[in-house]
Ligand binder design. Structure first.
Ligand SMILES: NC(=O)c1ccc[n+]([C@@H]2O[C@H](COP(=O)([O-])OP(=O)(O)OC[C@H]3O[C@@H](n4cnc5c(N)ncnc54)[C@H](O)[C@@H]3O)[C@@H](O)[C@H]2O)c1
Length: 255
């Protein structure tokens, strides 16, 4: 083994925070990051017993905190608890999000705010609270989960598409703000994937079939289709990759 390889391996144990880790993509990300040797802190409003059991069975280190990511004080406390427990924080995956299909004219201001609050306020609050710790470490990876809808613009998801396009802007601008501190900021834009929430909403009533027909890869995507991209973005060697939106959607939008 070369000296360079040994140095990379020694630096590879990181502390990652994942939002929305109780199920779906967030749970998949938590398991993947633990599998890569990182300690994982999961933030969710829902019970995380399943995620905890999955990670522990795989020998991973996991701390599940019951937190609403739109609650400023609760987020700040959760980040403090995470750092107290694991001594540092390096990776933030802003995954918790909501994607209700609503006809545009029937969208109430309350619907609009609910989507913006979770999909934009959440990443803002979590990232702002975490950032001093990433700066202190001199190394960081911030990953924002957006959606291929930012390229496709489906008619029933105007609020959602707007929120995720906002998160793309957040990704680009923040990348510039923190690029000098060894911190990268990237977005992953999944296509429609077969999570329980997607199956009950955007994938229902032929939704999976309609999206599949747009794809170059003719099958419905799964949560584990994102894992290699997440680990690539978070890798030690990916420090020159920042401000990007990586589309993982079976080729429905040729971006
Ligand atoms: N599933 C897809 O097809 C798909 C496609 C593109 C993008 N995405 C994005 O991926 C992310 C995850 O999608 P999913 O299908 O796994 O969703 P999901 O509904 O299965 O999981 C979302 C998680 O977020 C948690 N959560 C909700 N509100 C919260 C809050 N206020 N604070 C903390 N946690 C909260 C939920 O309890 C849940 O565990 C979302 O941002 C979504 O927009 C999903």
């Amino acid at each position: 083994m070369s000296a360079g390889k040994a140095r990379v391996d020694a630096a590879a144990m990181r502390v990652a925070l994942v939002t929305g880790s109780a199920r779906g993509l967030g749970q998949e990300f938590a398991v993947a990051l633990a599998g890569a040797g990182h300690a994982v802190v999961g933030l969710d409003i829902a019970d995380q017993v399943e995620t905890r059991d999955l990670l522990r069975a795989a020998g991973g280190r996991f701390l599940g905190l019951t937190v609403d990511v739109t609650d400023e004080a609760a987020v700040a406390e959760a980040v403090r608890t995470a750092v107290d427990r694991f001594g540092a924080l390096h990776i933030v995956v802003n995954n918790a999000g909501v994607y209700p299909p609503i006809e545009f004219e029937k969208t109430t201001l309350a619907d609009w705010h609910r989507v913006m609050r979770l999909n934009l306020d959440g990443p803002f609050l979590v990232t702002r609270a975490a950032l001093p710790h990433l700066r202190a470490a001199g190394w960081g990876r911030i990953v924002n989960i957006v959606s291929a809808v930012v390229f496709l613009g489906p008619p029933e998801l105007v609020a959602y598409t707007t929120s995720k396009a906002g998160l793309v802007g957040f990704t680009r601008s923040l990348a510039t703000a923190v690029g000098g501190d060894g911190i990268t900021v990237n977005a992953i834009a999944p296509g429609l994937l077969d999570t329980a929430t997607a199956a009950a909403t955007t994938g229902a009533d032929g939704g999976f079939e309609r999206v599949r027909a747009l794809q170059a890869v003719p099958r419905t995507g799964r949560a584990d289709d994102l894992v290699s991209t997440l680990l690539y973005v978070c890798a030690e060697g990916s420090g020159f990759l920042t401000g990007q939106t990586i589309n993982v959607d079976g080729g429905s939008a040729r971006h």
